[in-house]
Write a protein that binds this ligand. Structure first.
Ligand code: KIV
Length: 261
């Protein structure tokens, strides 16, 4: 089944949880699509897990587009959402339209994601949506603001929780089709999920969101540091090292390639 933004809305109404994973290249996008994920997110976390940067901030729009186009070539069913990189949309709604327009035109993705809420980002989202660009919001811990927030949980005190709820409501009113809630207390995520008509996608936000997202490198055991809320489903990193080591050993010992029959 080919997933479109309308399906996410339907699934919220049907209480059918939404599964989202990140990808940054053709190979992994193809595997995740075959596994049946609903949404493939070309997250700007690719700056860290694919390009080796310490934060998401250095990612450029050209790099995001390059990776997103490869992902789209590997996906047949899932909805593809692409993160707009740091400072490719915050300056003005016009800058956001230019960046998001390039993403949609040059990659084949169906939607963009951006971080932040009320008031500036809600106005930008409204402009994007009016221009025909589907937008996923992202509130709570917003990694593009790492130099202000760090990576700590957001929304712990009531005032901060109210601010995050207000941001989420403003993004919904602006026309966002879904919102990522990152690293917020589960009761806050539950309250936001109950108040919004659009789906919430949680990461480190507890079990009450309408969907869950993880960074694929974390769940497969490729990442050197994994956030406390991520679940490691396999340790492919260790298995890849072991396989490559076996290859090296066999080449050096003359075991591979085997002599021709
Ligand atoms: O960049 C990313 O991978 C993300 C997810 C953590 C939601 O934004």
């Amino acid at each position: 089944m080919v997933v479109r933004i309308q399906h996410l809305q339907q699934w919220k109404q049907q209480a059918r949880p939404i599964a989202v994973l990140t990808a940054s290249d053709w190979l992994w996008a193809r595997l995740l699509d075959r596994a049946g994920v609903d949404v493939v997110l070309v997250g700007d976390s690719l700056a860290m897990v694919a390009l080796g940067y310490k934060t998401t901030l250095p990612l450029t729009l050209d790099q995001a587009i390059h990776h997103a186009a490869a992902v789209c070539r590997g996906v047949e069913q899932a909805l593809v959402v692409v993160d707009l990189p740091f400072l490719t949309y915050q300056e003005s709604p016009q800058q956001a339209i230019a960046s998001a327009g390039r993403v949609l035109k040059e990659t084949g993705a169906q939607a963009v994601k951006l971080e932040g809420g009320y008031p500036d980002m809600a106005a930008t989202v409204a402009k994007l949506v009016r221009s025909g660009i589907p937008v996923m919001g992202h509130v709570g811990l917003t990694p593009q603001s790492v130099n202000q927030l760090g990576y700590r949980q957001q929304g712990r005190d009531p005032a901060e929780g109210d601010r995050i709820l207000t941001e989420a409501l403003a993004l919904e009113a602006a026309g966002a089709f879904a919102i990522v809630l990152e690293h917020v207390p589960p009761p806050l995520a539950q309250q936001i999920t109950q108040q919004l008509a659009i789906p919430t996608i949680g990461i480190g936000a507890g079990p009450h969101c309408d969907g869950q997202v993880l960074v694929t490198a974390d769940l497969l055991g490729f990442s050197e540091t994994v956030p406390p809320f991520a679940k490691i489903y396999d340790t492919l990193g260790d298995r890849a090292i072991a396989a490559a080591r076996s290859f090296c050993d066999e080449v050096r010992s003359g075991q591979f390639p085997a002599p021709p029959p």
